[in-house]
Write a protein that binds this ligand. Structure first.
Ligand code: N01
Length: 544
């Protein structure tokens, strides 16, 4: 922190806490409750004006989670017993309502400071304290600093020449106006066809005068199989919750199912087809992570899955040119190596007369003009431009805070040379700092609430261990984080993931090192390794 900032510390607030947490999403909520229950003084700093993490910011039309509601909540029975989502895949409105429900039940808000974005933090080695500065100028000190900023808290807006000239409204999906924006009877353009672009396009197609979707890479989206849940269905589903929550703690992806114990390469053509059909009917992420166990490692199996997806998808699209753009004969990247989104009628909207598709690979954007978008093929007049262009994912939420460690560099500077994060939760040179859902943890490959609970409990265990011994400081060692990095990369190299330019690899952000950011070995293996480290007295950390 600058000298000015340091001076301010003396003059301004001198509040001392045990723990500062950043972010009031699933991870922040879970840790606040756990650590407070251990008798620690804890405060959560949250940039939004309310809880729910990404769901506070992502309130664009159609935003909804693509984990089923029973999995997308805390596993505590005192919480799930009295809660019900009305749809299998809940909307942002219902998820926000869920957070308010949990907040009230656990009385969390009294320790959350909303509208406080944390901008800067510095470790003071003389006192083993973090000084944390937030957007209102206040500085708070704490023994431990825990970042629960999530995967997608730093929106990415690409450099589009002329964007500021646009006369209509333009918004990134994750910075959507809280008061909403009416798309009805407007000419709407959507740039990007990731999960956000797919969802907003589906809604816009239903009400807009015209919708133009600007696609650079096809989304190998899977059928969501959304449905309403009546009370009777919910009651029956709840009978299975205890087992499902037990299962999700030990599964590969933090869901109540695992990939099949069979590879697509070992079965007959008929069996392969029948299995693809079966998981397709289940829908959701099942055709991705509930299917054959070699789809993401074996090229032939992967191609079979792609061909199945392509044929199913093309059958829904009337115009052959549009079909070839949305679901090409030859895949642009292996199936499932970019995050498949869940769609309800995404491919059908292109049969409507008010929807058109622009293939940016053939006709790239030249510039944004006052009245719309000019591609190499012509102009598209728009009233509203939606930037569904994604995030500086996984690391962006952490590196956008100026976090000064003990080696004279910020976390951003350290990771500009490639991520190093022991067990995906701690970094050498940054004592008493931990992060949940961070790089080199299973983040992108694990259901959020499961990960929040498991990593949160592990972190609570570490802090308890340190506190009981009255130790002042813990820190990941440099060799441990190098070893962990090598393991993360080796796991990724054994898969097809490195063959796609995805946010899993940071490849969507110009200048970001291209490297695997997620532990691809599964949540259960990951937690076993974390627990092994704990059993050996937190191997890979210096504590004292
Ligand atoms: O972002 P994305 P997202 N010109 O990075 C395109 C979670 N999430 O917000 O693929 C033109 O996936 C880019 O094109 P390309 C979920 O984990 C979950 O949609 O790089 N296009 C891509 O099509 C998800 O995976 C939910 O060629 C440009 C799109 O923008 C993650 O967040 C809902 C461009 C970005 O897609 C991110 O999803 C929403 C440019 N200059 C998000 N730059 C649910 O739970 C980028 N693009 C349902």
């Amino acid at each position: 922190m600058s000298t000015t900032a340091t001076k301010r510390t003396a003059e301004a607030e001198t509040e001392e806490l045990d723990v500062i947490i950043v972010g009031a999403g699933f991870a922040g909520f879970h840790l606040l409750d756990r650590l407070r229950g251990m008798g620690m003084s804890v405060q959560v700093f949250e940039a939004g004006n309310g809880p729910s993490g990404v769901w506070y910011w992502n309130c664009y039309p159609g935003a909804r989670v693509d984990s089923p509601g029973p999995m997308y909540q805390f596993s505590r029975d005192d919480l799930w017993r009295d809660w019900k989502f009305s749809e299998l895949y809940p909307s942002w409105q219902e998820i926000r309502a869920y957070f308010h429900y949990v907040d009230k039940k656990l009385d969390l808000s009294r320790d959350i400071r909303f509208n406080r974005r944390v901008n800067e933090a510095e470790f003071d080695p003389a006192h083993n304290r973090w000084s944390v500065r937030s957007s209102d100028g206040s500085i708070t000190r704490a023994r431990y600093f825990v970042l629960c900023t999530g995967l997608g808290s730093k929106p990415y807006v690409p450099e589009l020449p002329g964007l500021s000239d646009f006369a209509g409204e333009h918004h990134h999906t994750a910075l959507w106006p809280q008061q909403g924006l009416d798309l009805a009877s407007k000419r709407v353009g959507v740039i990007g066809t990731g999960a956000s672009g797919v969802q907003v396009a589906q809604e816009a197609a239903a009400v807009a005068a015209h919708l133009t979707v600007f696609q650079r890479t096809p989304n190998l989206a899977l059928p969501m199989r959304q449905r309403k849940l009546d009370d009777d269905t919910i009651r029956r589903m709840k009978e299975g919750y205890p087992l499902a929550y037990q299962k999700r703690r030990t599964s590969f992806g933090g869901f109540d199912y695992d990939p099949l114990e069979k590879s697509a390469s070992e079965v007959s053509e008929d069996e392969r087809r029948a299995t693809f059909e079966r998981v397709w009917e289940i829908g959701g992420l099942a055709p991705w992570v509930g299917s054959f166990n070699d789809l993401l490692v074996n090229e032939q199996s992967n191609r079979a899955a792609y061909d199945f997806w392509r044929d199913k998808t093309r059958a829904r699209i009337k115009d052959p040119t549009v079909a070839e753009t949305l679901a090409p004969t030859e895949p642009l990247h292996p199936y499932g190596t970019k995050r498949p989104s869940l769609e309800q009628n995404f491919f059908d909207i292109f049969n409507q007369s008010n929807v058109s598709l622009v293939d940016l690979r053939k006709t790239p954007i030249e510039r944004v003009t006052r009245s719309g978008i000019k591609t190499t093929a012509g102009e598209h007049d728009l009233d509203i431009l939606v930037l569904a262009t994604g995030f500086d994912a996984v690391t962006g939420g952490l590196t956008s805070i100026d976090i000064h460690g003990t080696q004279g560099e910020t976390l951003r500077e350290k990771w500009a040379k490639g991520v190093r994060a022991h067990l995906g939760m701690a970094a050498a040179g940054f004592p008493n700092l931990l992060f949940v859902y961070g790089p080199h943890s299973p983040n992108a490959f694990a259901n959020g609430p499961t990960c929040a609970e498991l990593q949160g409990d592990w972190i609570a265990g570490l802090l308890n261990h340190v506190r009981q011994r009255d130790w002042k400081r813990f820190e990941a060692t440099a060799p441990a984080e190098e070893e962990w990095r090598a393991e993360v990369h080796a796991l990724a190299d054994a898969t097809l993931f490195p063959r796609a330019d995805s946010w899993y690899l940071g490849a969507n952000i110009p200048g970001k090192p291209r490297e695997m950011l997620s532990f691809a070995g599964g949540l259960s293996t990951y937690m076993a390794k974390c627990n092994e480290s704990a059993e050996r007295g937190y191997e890979g950390f210096t504590i004292g």
